[in-house]
Design a protein around this ligand. Structure first.
Ligand code: 8YV
Length: 306
């Protein structure tokens, strides 16, 4: 992306992979016409309230919950994201999380690397089968649909879906059952997988009351955003044996991860790797660039969210 950006724009690219703090972000927005942030750049409301030259934030990523988009809208700043190009990789990683939790692959690898493996035994590290189980999907956007397809076609799973509003185009061709409420979905699933955006309405959508409705052997999978789950409540529910495990790629307070999660063998923990393939990351850069190019050429950017 770097050379493509430089070819078309007078680009200032930090010499490191870290996010920018509020001061550096304010400077960037004051001095540049456009900003390309990532999920680790917190674009809080005051940054938009301050007089700045920046008129477009072309986010590198699909989730925009790190951007105060009401403030962006009020300041007349356009916000775009990079959907589609990371859908397959994020859905693949979601399947990996499900398999890792049910087949106890983290436990197995930790045991082997620690030199504790004593060889094959008939009852050693027995997991549970993913194929044929019932999957509950919360949020039926691009990624939710891609997970549903994989689960149904690849693993013969029964797929139940709940989202805040029933998708208008949902039909028999989807091969999923739409459930009217989250409460009705929770007790029916073996695996609950979250694919909704992080908004005020989805903050702690999965909290103590919802976790208590899951089956005691159900697995919670989250490759969406950490704060959709009340992490404190999740740890308490796991400790109380209210669910059978969790497999997470995102956390409430990244990069810090609740010690109660890190301590548990029945929890799979990945460091926000959903779109982490060369293919996705290159395509995300190209998509952000395309949005910038269109905007500055006076065309509507295809991925405008604000
Ligand atoms: C990205 C993501 O790696 O696109 C998203 O919403 O969570 C990740 O896939 C990250 O956002 C990049 O900024």
């Amino acid at each position: 992306m770097e050379s493509a950006l430089r070819a078309e724009f007078d680009a200032v690219i930090p010499p490191h992979d870290d996010g920018l703090d509020a001061t550096a972000l304010a400077e960037a927005m004051r001095d540049a016409d456009a900003l390309v942030p990532t999920v680790i750049d917190r674009l809080a409301a005051p940054l938009f309230a301050a007089a700045s030259r920046c008129s477009i934030v072309a986010n590198y990523g699909v989730g925009v919950n790190h951007i105060a988009f009401d403030a962006a809208r009020a300041a007349g700043v356009v916000v775009t994201n990079t959907p589609d190009v990371l859908t397959d990789d994020t859905a693949d990683l979601t399947m990996l999380l499900m398999l890792a939790a049910l087949r106890r692959s983290g436990e197995g690898e930790r045991e082997l690397r620690a030199g504790r493996w004593a060889g094959w035994r008939p009852t050693h590290l027995l997991g549970r089968r993913l194929s044929g189980r019932t999957l509950g999907i919360v949020g039926y956007g691009r990624i939710g649909r891609a997970v549903a397809r994989r689960a149904r076609d690849g693993f013969g799973m029964r797929v139940l879906v709940w989202s805040r509003s029933r998708p208008a185009d949902l039909g028999p061709q989807d091969g999923v059952e739409f459930v009217d409420s989250l409460e009705a979905l929770l007790p029916r699933v073996d695996v609950l997988s979250l694919h909704c955006p992080a908004t005020p309405a989805t903050h702690h959508l999965i909290a103590a009351a919802q976790l208590a409705q899951l089956r005691p052997d159900a697995i919670l999978v989250n490759a969406a955003r950490g704060d959709v789950v009340d992490e404190e409540a999740l740890v308490a529910a796991l400790e109380a044996g209210q669910l059978g495990g969790a497999a997470l790629d995102v956390y409430e307070h990244e990069p810090s991860v609740h010690p109660g999660l890190r301590a548990r063998e029945d929890v799979v923990l990945l460091p926000h790797q959903g779109s982490g393939t060369v293919e996705s990351r290159v395509a995300m850069g190209a998509r952000a660039l395309e949005n910038l190019r269109d905007y500055f050429a006076g065309r509507p950017p295809r991925d405008r969210v604000v």
